[in-house]
Design a binder for this molecule. Structure first.
Ligand code: M6R
Length: 367
């Protein structure tokens, strides 16, 4: 059932070229630059009238939500807030029938997310679900939604469900932007094409970067702490990289916005601390490089996720994990792949139960 892979987690990481494709197949017509998201059509009026969109989720799904905040605000020019379901449900949030909530959940059974949505619905808000498990509680509760089509995810650490969530959220942002007229047809086509190229680009990473990632995993398996840094669309990816590592290897890891590190975490940096930067070619690249220099000056051990052909980060980082070049809105889908693999191989190096890490359950159905 693991299809020849040693663990479900590895199998699920390797399924991503297919699952990413499946999450836009039938929804995206690249030739015609047409996007169909019938769930969104169902609540179109509510969405167009909404003054803000609130995204509610937990864990990895919350990271997908955070990235969606950046995407939707950029493309649709509407306010977005991202909330931890566990906080949102107890905060007596100000909500009414003008609010649209996007719930993001792999299992569709996370108790905090479910109750947060029930409360929101009582106040008249409209709920759009982005869920992987068909017919799950959250899927049933939602007024409308779009499934992620990633297939069953067995590994406790979410991998393929996360990338599928990102795709569906990207489609959501693109479709809403088109309806609102906040994206030009040229930009729309550009993004649709970039998204369409992702499955093959993920395949390239899986075919070309494994040895290097295993090497980095061996090198740092004894580390006590890790820092993951990124800016802009890659800040949520830094958080996700850190969460994956914590879950799988039990190594303490923190994700931070690369520039915010100067306001505290930089005190942790010494010659023992691996610092993983996401330094892909995007408008933040120069700034990220200067953050890398700051870490290097304090003797931190630099690992960088970079775009193919990068020449600058190469001179700074001890280890490079290379991903293909993509549009800045789409490239987080690529940047997360080496980070999933890095935590997987560190877990394997440490001979841990990567599919069922201690203390964790696949879905948290208690609060
Ligand atoms: O099923 P959900 O997406 O609602 O689950 C949310 C979190 O419990 C989940 O993402 C958790 O953080 C994973 N173990 C992350 O790998």
């Amino acid at each position: 059932e693991k299809g020849g892979y040693e663990h479900f987690m590895l199998k699920e990481i390797f399924e991503q070229p297919q699952t990413i494709y499946d999450s836009f197949r039938g929804r995206l017509d690249v030739e015609q630059a047409r996007l169909t998201l019938s769930g969104l059509d169902a609540i179109q009026d509510k969405l167009l009238a909404a003054r803000r969109i609130i995204i509610v989720a937990c864990g990895t799904s919350w990271h997908a939500g955070l990235l969606a905040e950046y995407l939707i605000e950029e493309l649709c020019r509407v306010n977005v807030e991202v909330e931890y379901a566990s906080e949102f449900r107890y905060r007596n949030p100000i909500l009414d029938e003008n609010d649209v909530i996007i719930a993001v959940s792999q299992s569709g059974e996370t108790a905090d997310t479910l109750v947060a949505l029930e409360n929101a619905k009582k106040k008249g808000a409209t709920v759009f679900g982005i869920v992987n498990v068909v017919g799950s509680s959250i899927a049933r509760l939602a007024d409308a939604g779009a499934y992620t089509h990633a297939g069953p995810e067995i590994g406790v650490a979410s991998t393929k469900a996360f990338t599928a969530q990102l795709v569906v959220l990207q489609l959501f942002a693109l479709k809403l932007a088109q309806l609102k007229g906040t994206v030009s047809p040229e930009r729309f086509t550009e993004l649709v094409k970039a998204l369409h190229a992702v499955p093959e680009q993920v395949e390239w990473i899986l075919n070309n970067q494994l040895d290097r990632i295993k090497e980095v995993a061996r090198k740092y398996r004894g580390a006590r702490d890790f820092l993951f840094l990124g800016r802009g669309y890659n800040f949520p990816i830094a958080l996700e990289g850190a969460l994956k590592l914590k879950e799988i290897s039990y190594i303490h890891a923190e994700g931070y916005p690369a520039a915010e590190m100067k306001h505290g975490p930089i005190a942790l940096v010494d010659e023992h601390l691996p610092v993983v930067f996401i330094a892909t070619k995007d408008p933040f690249y120069e700034k990220v490089v200067s953050n890398m220099q700051e870490i290097k000056a304090r003797k931190g051990r630099l690992v960088a996720v970079v775009s193919e052909g990068d020449k600058v980060a190469e001179t700074l980082a001890e280890d490079l994990l290379v991903v293909p070049q993509s549009d800045e809105l789409i490239s987080p889908l690529l940047a997360v792949i080496p980070l999933q693999l890095l935590s997987y191989y560190i877990g394997v190096e440490l001979q841990l139960d990567v599919d069922k890490p201690r203390n964790l359950a696949k879905s948290v159905t208690v609060e």
